[in-house]
Design a protein around this ligand. Structure first.
Ligand code: ATP
Ligand code: MG
Length: 555
């Protein structure tokens, strides 16, 4: 990516807002943040948010912070902190300064809570969870004031201090903002600001037993860091009222250039889930091999599958930013990677369902070295050495004894095809096993057809791929299908209802010898088969299928 603003990029309502704010001099520069909770690995939805936050900052020569929103120690874990950093960097972005943690502002949050208490704007509430729910009212009915709403400021100060000192049990009380129990926005009905949790935190250990709620911590963290545009997903639209209310009632942060929140629609991808909770369930219940299973819509899963950072950034650009929730067609993601790899992936030949083929008019003890282009449209990528001899492997799918019709272009008895990068062959007979399955195909070859059409003007329409038998290297191929059967698995409470039992198919076949030193995650186009990359977690030659050569979902 270039360092300077490609301002020809798709515009969107966030860029329009930023342009206005810069023009009116409300802000001199743009400062965004990406605020993951370290409670799981990042997924493709996060990638959209990363591209938006880091990408926008970059385009405007601004800054983007990485801030771990670590206010819920029960679900968080340092492993996730590491994976999140790695995934962001792999996507090609870097954060402003050190990575930040909401937990490093715990002292400030505490002081802000005290300020609200002193202003008569927060109180300690002893309603049980059930009572609080009942008091909150409904969309049609206003809520009722908590009996603790009028506790004196002095008492609230003392009670909050006792909360902090661990003198109350978990769930016994919470700190709430005193806003409006009859607000038409449920979230403004005296929202909880702090709750008690006796949990060890991965950053602050046992220093605290009270933890701030997201709504309280988020706006203050943004303000502390000087964020200008706080971008989040649409489900926080109503919560924007709390965001504004809190910053407007805290002296230090109630400034004209304080941060503002803007909401965009979440990315929901067909045949996938973008809920960390549900992804964790898939991992914990062994439906997949881990967070980076190549079927997972996580960034690490897509990476292991063979997706490139460029393709994911391109996908984010293609889906754009809007305020309309929708289900994104998986073919958009797949065409992003296909377009990238079509231009860059070296070509190679792999036989996934091997069957032996013997060329009876080829000398017994000869092996021929041939040159094949690494990329047919890009000569600069050079050539690779392949081999040819009397015995080769072809794919079972490329042979039938009797062609089904005149249009059949692959190999059949008495029919000619070209072997890719090599000679024209004609099948003559087969060997079968006891069950009648073809074991070996016998052929003749035309020695005068290497790199040219047969001399007598015979037309050979079909081309099939092959690997020379004695030099072929055994490889495993992992062919993936969608992880879910339903395009919108989110509609099932129990995700396992929609799991595709055949989402992974393992095949054993052969690749060209020069793939013996293939690098993990580097993509190849196996001609006529699709894009594959070597698996990063396996010993030996195991190839993950990234995507087919063309869109087959909709056929
Ligand atoms: P959870 O799934 O645990 O409820 P979350 O999806 O909100 O959490 P966070 O770690 O809080 O995950 O998300 C970090 C940022 O990524 C937030 O700003 C959030 O809005 C954004 N984000 C999360 N999921 C998506 C998505 N599907 N599409 C776009 N942005 C997303
Ligand atoms: Mg969240």
């Amino acid at each position: 990516m270039s360092d300077k603003a490609p301002l020809t990029k798709n515009t969107n309502f966030i860029r329009n807002q930023i342009n206005n704010d810069l023009e009116s001099k409300l802000h001199n520069s743009v400062h965004t943040r990406f605020p993951p909770e370290p409670n799981g690995y990042l997924h493709i939805g996060h990638a959209k948010s990363i591209c938006l936050n880091f990408g926008t900052a970059k385009d405007y020569d601004g800054r983007c912070n990485l801030r771990f929103d670590d206010t819920n120690p029960a679900k968080e874990n340092i492993e996730y902190v590491h994976s999140i950093k790695e995934d962001i960097q792999w996507l090609g972005f870097d954060w402003n300064g050190e990575a930040k943690f909401s937990s490093s502002y715990f002292d400030i949050f505490y002081k802000c809570a005290e300020e609200l208490i002193i202003k008569g704007l927060a109180y300690v509430c002893f309603l049980s969870a059930d009572e609080a729910r009942e008091y909150r009212g409904t969309l049609k009915q206003p809520g009722k004031n908590s009996p603790d709403r009028d506790t004196s400021i002095e008492q609230n100060k003392a009670l909050f201090k006792k909360m902090k000192e661990g003198e109350f049990k978990e769930g016994e009380c919470v700190l709430r903002a005193k806003i409006d129990m009859s607000s038409s926005f449920m979230c403004m009905r005296d929202p909880t600001l702090y709750r008690i949790r006796f949990e060890t935190h991965h950053q602050t250990n046992d220093d605290w037993c009270i933890y701030p709620m997201y709504d309280f911590a988020h706006c203050i963290s943004d303000a502390i860091e000087g964020v200008t545009h706080s971008l989040c997903t649409l489900e926080f639209q109503d919560n924007r009222r709390i965001y504004d209310w809190l910053l407007e009632h805290l002296d230090e942060f109630n400034k004209i250039d304080r941060p503002h929140q803007y909401e965009f629609s979440r990315l929901n991808l067909e045949y996938a889930t973008t809920s960390k909770r549900k992804l964790k369930l898939l991992v914990d219940s062994n439906h997949v091999s881990g967070w980076n299973d190549p079927r997972m819509p996580t960034i690490s899963g897509l990476r292991r599958r063979g997706y490139t950072p460029e393709s994911i950034r391109d996908f984010s650009e293609r889906v754009g930013v809007s305020k309309v929730n929708s289900l994104t067609d998986i073919s958009i993601l797949e065409s992003s990677i296909r377009d990238d790899l079509n231009a860059t992936a070296p070509r190679s030949m792999a036989v996934i369902n091997p069957i032996k083929l013997v060329i009876e008019n080829y000398p017994n003890d000869e092996i021929e070295s041939l040159q094949a282009p690494i990329h047919p449209q890009n000569e600069e990528m050079g050539t690779r050495e392949i081999f040819f001899s009397r015995e080769i492997y072809i794919d079972k799918e490329d042979f039938v004894e009797v062609p089904p019709n005149n249009k059949y272009k692959r190999l059949a008895i008495n029919k000619e095809v070209r072997l890719r990068n090599s000679y024209v062959i004609k099948a003559t007979r087969v060997d079968t096993d006891d069950a009648g399955n073809v074991k070996t195909v016998y052929c003749t070859y035309d020695p005068d057809s290497l790199g040219k059409n047969p001399a007598d003007g015979r037309k050979v329409r079909g081309v099939i791929h092959f690997v020379e038998l004695s030099r072929a290297i055994i490889a495993e191929f992992r062919i993936y299908d969608r992880l879910f059967l339903d395009p919108n698995p989110a509609k099932f409470d129990d995700l396992s209802t929609s799991i595709n039992p055949n989402s992974l198919e393992i095949k054993n076949g052969f690749v060209e010898p020069n793939l013996s030193n293939a690098k993990a995650e580097k993509a190849y186009q196996f001609e006529r088969e699709g894009y594959f990359c070597k698996d990063s977690e396996s010993e030996g030659l195991v190839f993950n299928k990234t995507v087919g050569l063309r869109d087959t979902w909709n056929q």
